[in-house]
Design a protein around this ligand. Structure first.
Ligand SMILES: Nc1ncnc2c1ncn2[C@@H]1O[C@H](COP(=O)(O)OP(=O)(O)OP(=O)(O)O)[C@@H](O)[C@H]1O
Length: 235
């Protein structure tokens, strides 16, 4: 059973075509890393999947059960968002709003869900702290808990380790891997090709060339070998 399907998907803005006639199917329970050149359309693809943007043509969709279970989204952070004046608990709770109809107060069930997500990501001790006073690594953990509060099925993560030091980066990768092992499908944009090839089950490479397949197949492909032999990062 597939969780994500792309059919002849063409993405871009006006006359500018970024991705042309993309076709792939991602199996349920997969961990997909989207890698590729700057400006290749990785975030545009994620925004299209979230229905925040229309494709130029073609379709991309999640299977019905996954869509009904909610989508957890961790967007790229701007400086203003890093200074957001709220407690950790409030931020994680706000993820529950993505799951159902809006109401003025959080229900007991939502409060329990937020607490469960904080426990899963080991941030209960931070729950009353101000989000803006946390380290970058702690903030990303909080945002991952928020994304998790929104879903039982699928997490979309847009460059979740950008700006983190090596230790916090490793810890973030371990958390994502743990959630994946627990049955959540993961779709993550990454700039670290080596880490992507090591951690993910599938790779989508966007750029002058396009690749979709298993991480093993990527490592053996010309584009995979090119980046992996160069140390794994691109500009
Ligand atoms: N709303 C928009 N209107 C017009 N052009 C846009 C819009 N959003 C993005 N673009 C352009 O589309 C291209 C692809 O952007 P996108 O953010 O999807 O790339 P990306 O692969 O995620 O890049 P990066 O690796 O740098 O984050 C860029 O040239 C960008 O300037």
């Amino acid at each position: 059973m597939d969780i994500l399907t792309c059919r002849d998907l063409t993405l871009g803005y006006g006359e500018q075509v970024l991705v042309e006639k993309l076709n792939f199917q991602l199996p349920r329970g997969a961990y997909l890393c989207i890698v590729g050149e700057n400006g290749a359309g990785k975030s545009t693809l994620m925004r299209t999947l979230l229905k925040l943007q229309e494709p130029l043509s073609g379709r991309i969709w999640l299977d019905e059960e996954a869509a009904a279970g909610g989508i957890g989204y961790l967007p790229q952070q701007t400086q203003t968002q890093r200074d957001f004046p709220a407690s950790v608990r409030e931020i994680v709770l706000s993820g529950c709003q993505a799951r159902g109809s809006w109401h003025p107060f959080y229900t007991q069930e939502e409060k329990e869900r937020a607490h469960f997500c904080m426990r899963r990501l080991d941030i209960c001790q931070l729950k009353d702290c101000s989000y803006r006073k946390l380290s970058g690594g702690q903030q990303q953990r909080v945002l991952l808990a928020r994304a998790l509060a929104a879903t039982d099925q699928v997490l979309l993560l847009d460059e979740p380790v950008t700006g983190l030091d090596p230790k916090a980066t490793l810890s973030m990768y371990e958390l994502v891997e743990k959630l994946h092992r627990e049955g959540i499908s993961v779709i993550m944009i990454s700039h670290d090709v080596r880490a992507a090839a090591e951690n993910a089950s599938h790779i989508l490479y966007l750029g002058d060339q396009v690749f979709f397949g298993s991480s093993d197949a990527f490592a053996k492909s010309p584009i995979g070998q090119y980046y992996l032999s160069k140390g794994g990062r691109h500009a």
